[in-house]
Design a protein around this ligand. Structure first.
Ligand SMILES: *Cc1c(COP(=O)(O)O)cnc(C)c1O
Length: 410
């Protein structure tokens, strides 16, 4: 969304306020051109390297988004059997889907193996069971390189106390199990957590993973997960993708030479592909002035966008209704009966009740984390594609709240 000639617009000149009017607030809007731009930038950064990007779809799972991301040439990273099924429904080949679950049952694993997708195993117990149940089915191992990285402890997954992955200290045991069961390991994987700021951190993890590779003679690919950071505010740090591409690309080529085989380098971007494509349009219901604060209360809350309350994450806010004018300081809150603050002391163009407030970077982990808390409806989703707006998910209605409830007669 950009300010052009005094109005906020999406790609192709689609007017933001018209979208808010046409579909009503609150509404999520995704601009496909931005997803495409991000994908192409990633791809160019690794030019000359056999690279594959698997979209980590837990960030945003609308089926149309999956189809469009597939059309760009991406594969899919799925963390549940349900995401696997969405991916298959969107047209991904089973071979293009890597299933990376955590603490799932052998029953779910069995179902996924039945669908023929690639699987990533992240604990020793599953590895042993895998050998017994699925002889000859190739798999990927999620290794925990024990690196503390990420924006905060909730999204950091690679450190020593994390529940994710098989510790690289346990590799001797892994090797014994593989020998005993004849399991074929075709991929090694790590995902150290979100928001990695520095190519050096990536490289440190990469060295640990590549250092283990010589113990696995059947590798086809090495997967470095994700952690690509996007800017959430002005002058915010972002991952320097071009620098990362150059450094990792070079190291990977060197590695393939010593391994004696050209492998595929894989990544699993979620946030990087979809975060900036999304805006969440809300309407300001109430302006409430106290002795110290001006609150702007919007027609949404932690039921629709929980990241600020859950992770203390920052979403920039723009008064779409008043592109020009004086700014004032607002604390923006939701309508949920619970403290649900979107942002404290934000400089926003003077708000009047009824104005449309856009929350930026609302493509990743926003709709996909939404709920019906307070018995509110989940919002609609709209896609901007080729200069046109398309409804891609209807707003919920009252029947949705009762859909799976069993009403008894007393
Ligand atoms: C969530 C997740 C990702 C994506 O992380 P982003 O920070 O959104 O890019 C990648 N890989 C795995 C295994 C994940 O669980």
């Amino acid at each position: 969304m950009q300010l052009i000639d005094g109005t906020y617009q999406y790609s192709g000149g689609v007017d933001t306020l018209s979208i808010a009017e046409k579909y009503g607030c609150p509404v999520y809007v995704y601009d496909f051109d931005i997803i495409k731009k991000q994908y192409n930038r990633l791809h160019s950064a690794f030019e000359g390297i056999p690279v594959k990007f698997n979209y980590a779809c837990k960030a945003l799972t609308n089926i149309n988004i999956l189809r469009l991301i597939k059309s760009l040439g991406a594969g899919l990273d799925a963390v549940s059997v349900q995401e696997v099924k969405l991916g298959l429904r969107a047209g991904f080949d089973p071979n293009e889907i890597l299933y990376t679950p955590n603490c799932v049952s052998i029953e779910e694993m069995t179902e996924v193996v039945g669908l023929g997708v690639k699987v990533n195993v992240d604990n020793i117990s599953m590895l042993e069971q895998f050998g017994q149940h699925f002889e000859g089915y190739p798999l990927c191992l999620r290794i925990n390189p024990h690196i503390m990285a990420g924006g905060n402890s909730k999204i950091s997954t690679g450190h020593i106390d994390s529940k994710f992955g098989i510790s690289f200290h346990q590799l001797p045991l892994v090797e014994r199990i593989i020998k005993a069961t004849g399991i074929k390991v075709e991929g090694l994987h790590m995902h150290t957590g979100s928001e990695i700021l520095d190519a050096e951190v990536f490289l440190r993890g990469a060295e640990i993973l590549l250092g283990t590779a010589s113990s696995f003679p059947d590798l086809e690919y090495v997967d470095f997960g994700s952690g690509f950071k996007v800017p959430y505010k002005e002058n915010d740090i972002e991952t320097d993708i071009e620098d990362l591409g150059e450094k990792i690309g070079e190291r990977f080529k060197e590695f393939c030479k010593s391994y004696g085989k050209e492998l595929t380098l894989k990544f699993e971007p979620g946030k990087y592909l979809v975060s900036e494509s999304g805006t969440f349009l809300t309407k300001v219901n109430v302006i409430k002035q106290t002795t110290s604060t001006i609150f702007a209360g919007v027609d949404s809350g932690l039921n629709h966008l929980i990241r600020p309350m859950f992770y203390d994450s920052y979403h920039k806010m723009i008064n779409v209704s008043r592109p020009e004018g004086k700014s004032r300081i607002y604390t923006v809150v939701g309508y949920i009966c619970e403290t649900d603050t979107f942002g404290i002391n934000r400089k926003i163009n003077e708000i009047q009740e009824g104005d449309v407030l856009a929350m930026m970077n609302a493509g990743a982990y926003c709709y996909s984390m939404s709920s019906n808390y307070n018995s509110r409806y989940r919002p609609a989703e709209v896609l901007i594609y080729n200069g046109q707006d398309h409804l891609i998910r209807k707003r919920e209605v009252f029947d949705d709240l009762l859909r799976n409830q069993v009403e008894l007669e007393f």
